[in-house]
Design a protein. Structure first.
Ligand code: GDP
Ligand code: MG
Length: 540
């Protein structure tokens, strides 16, 4: 799916002008790819109509006539992207409309006026926030095998980690071994549990369990229920009875990502019977494309709270609409990046970026200064490890595995240190390709003229104090090893100066230079803008 949509987008990139014909072509490919990914037929048709309308409004809008073709293309892609995000995030439309209204009211015309700010995606605590010191009952519903018991335990662990006294109730008396399974999971995570091998009435068990946990001042009480292989009356009756007995503060429906087109009917039926307020989509680590999740949310206007991304108890991630859609579209994070790039454009960074890309396209050097600019752009863009992951090579470089809240902090402080390092460089160093730091020092006998320049730099460094030692070594080396291969002592002198100035270590400076060289090499190989874009969109 991703590849196909990517191809469609790439085709649009190659079209010289954005007109209704080229957009029709794009929409056709996008829609058939979405259908293949189990997104509901009506939703796809609706998306097509709406994007078409937006595009023709854009083409007819006189105030938008000063948009460049590239900006038009970006807008068309964003129309498509936004519609999908809107489907999967019930709060998105409101926020987006508000942001758009705000952004167009405070600036008159201009290309950036119509570009909406990325809205705030809702997180788990926007959907449900347990109250401290009070019992908060959460009931799980869903078909058998959807991942209820697993997700129950994952969620219990999630709240336990956040300081809530959390317990699990097993009200599944339908499936043999259900209690054992919950018991095993709960014990692994050190979560108190309640259940019975002899009681066969799920209503009796759930109310007794909740009562007992409440009496012991538990704060989050999670009730796991049984499922059936399909939606059926017995299951729904049982759900209603348990619901009446435990009076949950929140009911969560668990949806297996791989159920495809069945998601719509299933989520509707469960909504009617159990009136759930949130969804957990499981097994998104597998081959499931997740299009069914979009249909479920759109059909019930119920937000997704978490996604399950594996069988381990920590494989539970807060749901975020934009990355989800990016992944669904197989776009990597290019769409998120597009938002960020638009933001930067609004902040006037566009000109600088364009200049830099042009320079590189024309065979110029990607200097340390350019790299510094990229780094500070990335820093100003938001969740770091994520954005870093969008840039080829950066994710691995920062030691992070792509998106992840906990990596952000480490990546953030690492990036800050990188910026400090550049802050301590001289203009001459910043405008170099880094070879100043490693330039082989040749003896005067080898290259007379050049050495003069070298001496001048040595003089500069003398004033800085501790490079004196290095300098002495250089001169000694020069004397001793007249015809020897490059000596890198002076590099250490420079690196040491920068390390001192920036409060980092020589090793870090050397690491910085190594990474810079890696990126510069990559930039050179990719040869400017076309290459960058292609690379970033997965190179389809
Ligand atoms: P229940 O019948 O609804 O309680 O479903 P279970 O919790 O017993 O899960 C059914 C199967 O799906 C088990 O083998 C789980 O390990 C597996 N499972 C649940 N959630 C996930 C997930 O997010 N990813 C993967 N790969 N497997 C999952
Ligand atoms: Mg179960």
């Amino acid at each position: 799916l991703g590849r196909r949509i990517n191809n469609a987008f790439n085709e649009l990139q190659r079209t010289p002008t954005v007109d209704s014909a080229s957009v029709d072509q794009l929409l056709k490919s996008v829609c058939s790819a979405l259908l293949e990914s189990d997104v509901n037929v009506k939703l796809v048709a609706d998306l097509r109509t709406k994007v078409k309308a937006q595009v023709s409004a854009m083409l007819n809008d006189k105030s938008a006539s000063n948009l460049s073709e590239a900006q038009r293309r970006a807008k068309v892609q964003k129309f498509v992207f936004d519609h999908l995000v809107q489907l999967v995030d019930p709060n998105y439309a409101e926020n987006n409309a508000a942001a758009e209204a705000a952004s167009s009211s405070d600036s008159k015309g201009g290309p950036s006026a119509a570009v909406p700010q990325p809205p705030h995606s809702s997180g788990p605590s926007d959907i449900f926030k347990p109250k401290k010191g009070k019992p908060n009952v959460i009931m799980f519903v869903g078909l058998q095998g959807s991942g209820k018991t697993t997700s129950c335990t994952k969620l219990a662990l999630y709240y336990q980690k956040r300081g809530f006294k959390t317990g699990l109730v097993c009200a599944d008396t339908f499936r043999a071994g259900a209690f054992d399974q919950l018991k095993q999971n709960a014990s692994k995570a050190n979560i108190p549990f309640y259940g019975s091998y002899t009681e066969t009435d799920p209503v009796a068990i759930s109310s007794a369990g909740v009562r007992s946990f409440k009496a012991n001042r538990f704060e989050v009480i999670i009730v796991d229920t049984s499922g059936r292989h399909k939606q059926e009356k017995e299951l729904f009756d049982e759900m209603r009875e348990i619901d009446a007995a435990v009076e949950p503060d929140l009911t969560i429906m668990v949806l297996d990502a791989s159920i495809g087109q069945a998601a719509e009917a299933q989520s509707r039926a469960f909504k009617e019977a159990a009136g759930y307020g949130a969804i957990i989509v499981t097994k998104l680590d597998g081959h499931a494309k997740g299009g069914g999740a979009i249909s479920a949310v759109a059909a019930t206007r119920t937000p997704i709270m978490f996604i399950g991304t594996g069988e381990h108890l920590t494989d539970l991630e807060p749901f975020r609409a934009q990355p989800f859609v990016s992944k669904l579209l197989g776009m990597g994070d290019i769409s998120g990046l597009m938002d960020k790039v638009e933001e930067m454009q609004m902040n006037g960074g566009q000109e600088r970026q364009r200049e830099m890309l042009k320079k590189i396209e024309e065979g110029g050097t990607f200097t340390i200064r350019d790299w510094r600019e990229q780094l500070s752009n990335i820093m100003s863009m938001g969740p770091l490890s994520k954005i870093a992951g969008m840039i080829p090579g950066m994710g691995a470089m920062l030691g992070g595995g792509g998106a992840g809240g906990e990596n952000d902090e480490a990546a953030g402080s690492k990036m800050k240190r990188m910026i400090y390092i550049t802050d301590s460089m001289t203009p001459e160093e910043l405008d170099s390709d880094g070879s100043l730091f490693t330039a082989p020092i040749k003896s005067a006998a080898d290259e007379g003229g050049e050495d003069e320049e070298g001496e001048e730099e040595d003089e500069k460094e003398k004033g800085k104090g501790d490079s004196r030692k290095a300098l002495t070594t250089v001169q000694e080396m020069k004397k001793k090893k007249k015809k020897k291969a490059p000596v890198k002592v002076r590099m250490t002198g420079r690196a040491r100066r920068v390390a001192r100035g920036s409060g980092t270590s020589v090793r870090e400076v050397e690491e910085f230079l190594m990474q810079y060289r890696m990126v510069a090499g990559m930039v050179k190989k990719m040869g400017g803008k076309a290459g960058w874009l292609k690379q970033m969109s997965g190179g389809a």
